[in-house]
Design a protein. Structure first.
Length: 99
């Protein structure tokens, strides 16, 4: 990543990992404009490390559980929604008359 001169910011985030993404998303959610936030770090992709881990595991879908959501009290979790969809799909299949 090319080096650029520091700029005046309302919020400066030191570090460019997943934590910086959470701070950035929270600040924007709270009303700060993206132009008011500067992230200092060498990477331009905050989830690069996690993408590599997922790739190494063969994971193709990133599904966050409630303990790692950006904002607290997200319910139901993605895993619960996916499980309920599977249950409902099975119920629909059992009601179909099979030959």
């Amino acid at each position: 990543m090319p080096v650029s001169a520091p700029r005046d910011s309302t919020i400066a985030i030191v570090g460019d990992g997943f934590g910086s993404l959470i701070v950035y998303a929270t600040a924007v959610y709270l009303g700060f404009r993206p132009q008011e936030i500067t992230i200092y770090g060498p990477s331009d992709n905050p989830v690069k490390t996690y993408q590599q881990f997922a790739f190494n595991l063969g994971q193709t879908v990133l599904r966050s559980e409630s303990e790692s959501h950006f904002l607290p009290a997200d319910w139901p979790t993605f895993a619960e929604l996916e499980a309920w969809l599977a249950v409902l799909a099975d119920e629909r299949d059992t009601r179909v008359t099979r030959i």
